[in-house]
Design a protein. Sequence first.
Length: 160
Amino acid sequence: MNKTHETPILTRVLQVFGVATIIVGVIAGVVICADAASAGIAVIVGSIFTGIIYIGIAQAVDYLARTAFSTDRLCTILDTSITERLRAIESSSYSPAAPTTSSTSKVGYFYSTDGSQQGPVDATDLRMMRKDGLITDDTAVLREGETEWRKFRDYLALIR
């Protein structure tokens, strides 16, 4: 999936039109100069100015196309990254929980972003979700074994 930016047809048309305007204008200006020098110079200057404007518009169109292409690629990369991270979190969330009799076992956390309880996930996953922007400091979080939901920012161990 290695796409590359393609120059829009409109860009090429405007560039050709700009160059043609300059060439035709200079030729017409030289012909007019034979009769009236000031009118011929005005035609030459006007055609060069107009040609430059067309070429500038062509560059703007190409820039917008490149920006749209880059934005689309960035969205695809972010979407893939977030999807992969969510799958990793979900796969770790749905694995059978180990007994929590040991004092060294990890504490699980539940979170709610849309009114439904998600998790449990460990503190590392919850921190990564915060870093990735999937949850915020105001996201409701419940530590396993507790009954009161608090905000993410209220858990000092998670913020570190």
